[in-house]
Design a binder for this molecule. Structure first.
Ligand code: AMP
Length: 401
């Protein structure tokens, strides 16, 4: 079966078409600026590029263009849209309702809608992606794969905040965590890779990209994770502040005559590596600037490293030790310098990096042979998880988690 993977944003659609017979990537595309002047679609199939600028006012029009590109006689990947057996949608927030991926029906759509207050930027877009597919491909089943689902195994002591219980009971205020498909994939893959018994394993996964989160995965289940009610909590990120004293919000709002919404927007979009350095949200730019001795870049990078080390120490404590520490996503997979900074002085834990092995960008062990804690790079593959879940659900097989 050929499965389409869709990641719908408010003005964009990212897609991949995967042939599940061999898990081969057939096509990869991006539609940008939906509803904005200059909408365009770019797609790659076997090195052949489809590139068009066309007005796309809605996600439905975007999906129509996607199908046009996918079935293009010269630059497409399939002869007809009937070859697409199912669509797997990345959905940000499943709240407490979804602990695993599900076949989309009206009830599921309503539940995604109910979770809009928890994921105000993403859930409406994810829903638009689903409804557009339903309109344009009415006979193709849709599956929703939630970023939050993997973290639903956290115990209460890990997911509750220290606020009156009524806010959890009435408003569902709690830690949900995100990047769940990535943490799920790499925590499982590292066990296969190292030959660990997953049912008796203690893994710390570090998903470090533009958005970053860590997770403690005990015996294959999420025990704790750094992101919270929203993706704002945790370590410093590209433009997000990560952890801070909540009183900072009030203090800045009062002094700068800003609303809470404005402060939150600043914490999401103008903070983190970008805000601290004043240079860039991209780690590559910060490495270059730090090499030139620019203080903003040096301190932003030091803060990121500091925060990640704190979580690694905390998660090792929560699990009574750790068997493997995994680095993944844009920074985790590619930035050996940052990995070396993070893993410095973890000898007490039994983890020491091998500088030569650490040069990799591929799946590899990067710790020394005598390290009792294995440190690994495992490239993440969220699309693979979405595609596998989608196939299992439409074929009626149990999901392999
Ligand atoms: P992501 O959100 O996973 O795409 O990660 C984005 C971050 O990863 C940015 O800070 C980039 O600097 C970093 N990154 C992505 N690709 C590379 C690369 N090839 N080399 C170094 N850093 C990279």
């Amino acid at each position: 079966m050929k499965v389409l993977i869709l990641n719908a944003g408010s003005s964009s659609l990212k897609y991949q078409l995967i042939d599940m017979n061999g898990e081969k990537l057939l096509a990869k595309g991006l539609i940008e600026r939906i509803g904005i002047k200059g909408s365009r679609i770019t797609q790659k199939v076997d090195g052949k590029a489809f590139d068009a600028e066309a007005p796309m006012k809605t996600h439905t029009e975007g999906i129509k263009w996607m199908l046009k590109a996918l079935t293009d006689p010269e630059k497409g990947a399939v002869k007809s849209m009937d070859e697409i057996g199912a669509v797997g949608h990345r959905v940000l927030h499943g709240g407490e309702r979804f602990t695993a991926s599900v076949l989309v029906n009206d009830e599921v759509k309503n539940a995604i809608r109910d979770n809009i207050p928890l994921g105000p930027l993403h859930n409406p877009a994810n829903l638009m992606g689903i409804e557009a597919c339903e309109k344009v491909m009415p006979h193709t089943p849709n599956v929703a794969v939630f970023d939050t689902a993997f973290h639903q195994t956290m115990p209460r002591k890990a997911y509750l905040y220290g606020v009156p219980m009524k806010y959890y009971q009435t408003l569902h205020v709690r830690r949900y965590g995100f990047h769940g498909t990535s943490h799920r994939y790499v925590s499982k893959r590292v066990c296969e890779f190292l030959g660990l018994d997953r049912a008796h394993s203690r893994i710390i996964t570090c998903h470090l990209g533009n958005g970053s989160s860590l997770a403690a995965v005990l015996n294959g289940k999420c025990l704790d994770t750094s992101m919270g009610l929203t993706p704002l909590e945790g370590v410093l990120m590209g433009t997000r502040s990560g952890n801070l004293d909540p009183a900072v919000v009030q203090y800045i709002a009062n002094n700068e005559k800003m609303t809470v919404d404005e402060v939150l927007s600043m914490l999401n979009k103008e903070s983190g590596l970008l805000g601290v350095s004043g240079i860039s949200s991209d780690m590559r730019d910060l490495d270059d600037a730090a090499d030139r001795g620019e203080d903003g870049a040096i301190i932003a990078r030091d803060m990121l490293v500091w925060g990640i080390r704190k979580y690694i120490g905390a998660y090792a404590a929560e699990m009574n030790g750790v068997d493997a520490i995994v680095f993944t996503a844009g920074i985790g997979e590619n930035n050996s310098n940052l990995r070396a900074m993070i893993m410095k002085d973890f000898d007490y834990l039994g983890a020491r990096l091998d500088p030569e092995k650490n040069k990799t960008r591929n799946e590899a062990v990067i710790s020394t042979d005598d390290s009792t804690v294995k440190v690994c790079v495992i490239p993440t593959d969220e699309e693979c998880v979405i595609a596998r879940d989608t196939l299992a659900i439409v074929e009626g097989h149990p999901i392999v988690d």
